[in-house]
Design a protein around this ligand. Structure first.
Ligand SMILES: Nc1ncnc2c1ncn2[C@@H]1O[C@H](COP(=O)(O)OP(=O)(O)OP(=O)(O)O)[C@@H](O)[C@H]1O
Ligand SMILES: [Mg+2]
Length: 228
């Protein structure tokens, strides 16, 4: 589903954020990406969502070499994925319901489908009593959960989540990962950046660790190595 082939990303100011990264994620996997601040985690996700372009190497997403995507194809490409942004990116002038409904409106869902689906996903993230609130009236953790609901609402094949538990307390973190785990068990591929190594360990999922833009460990690979 996702394959990095010797991918590097150097930003315009010369920062080398990702260097020579090689890995593959199969359909249906759940992968944690961990590493310290500035390690290159968000950059890695932005390459997958085509928010940034690789400086070199090849990146295949859904059997497509994404460097060949035309500008006009990018919105369609992104609609196949649910993206949870580290900085939320909610629309300030829309209330919680409409922020989530917006993701369904852009794919031309019927108002009837929106009226039943949006409250359902907002209930999944424990926000069904805040449908009418505006982003500025919510805590950071609540805004983050609206972002998560928006990523889930169209039932995407792939969820890319950048620190979806970055602003919530430990019990809620657990619930959010548990929810993603359930969604994964129905077949959705999940890539999630987290600082919470303990939680990542608890869920026993494949964990890729990056440091200074390079992969320094990949738990699946390590396990295979230990078995050999
Ligand atoms: N748009 C940009 N222009 C230039 N440099 C950037 C840009 N975005 C990120 N960087 C740099 O690239 C490196 C990796 O950043 P990135 O945001 O991928 O880290 P991260 O692992 O997500 O960190 P955090 O855990 O703090 O979110 C850092 O050195 C950062 O300063
Ligand atoms: Mg980041």
């Amino acid at each position: 589903m996702i394959e990095f082939r010797k991918v590097s990303k150097e930003y315009r100011n010369g920062t080398k954020a990702v260097t020579n990264v090689d890995f593959k994620v199969e359909k249906g996997e759940f992968v944690f990406i961990v590493g310290s601040s500035g390690a290159g985690k968000s950059t890695l996700l932005k390459l997958i969502t085509h928010e940034e372009n690789p400086s070199s190497g090849e990146l295949i997403v859904n059997n497509m070499d994404i460097s060949t995507l035309k500008k006009r194809q990018i919105p369609y490409f992104r609609r196949t994925m649910g993206i949870v942004f580290q900085d939320f990116r909610l629309i300030p002038k829309m209330n919680v319901f409409d922020n989530v409904a917006f993701a369904m409106r852009v794919v031309c869902a019927s108002e009837k489908a929106i009226a039943s689906r949006v409250p359902y996903v907002l209930e999944l993230v424990n926000l069904k009593d805040k449908l009418k609130y505006y982003p500025a009236e919510l805590s950071g953790g609540e805004q983050q959960r609206v972002g998560l609901a928006r990523a889930l609402v169209n039932n995407p094949d792939l969820i890319i989540a950048d620190e979806p538990t970055g602003n919530v307390d430990p019990s809620l973190s657990f619930e959010i990962i548990d929810l993603l785990n359930k969604i994964n068990s129905y077949g959705t591929t999940i890539l999630m950046v987290t600082h919470e190594h303990n939680l990542a360990l608890k869920f026993r999922k494949r964990t890729i660790k990056i440091e200074d833009g390079e992969i320094i460990s990949d738990s699946i690979w390590e396990e295979l190595k230990n078995e050999a």
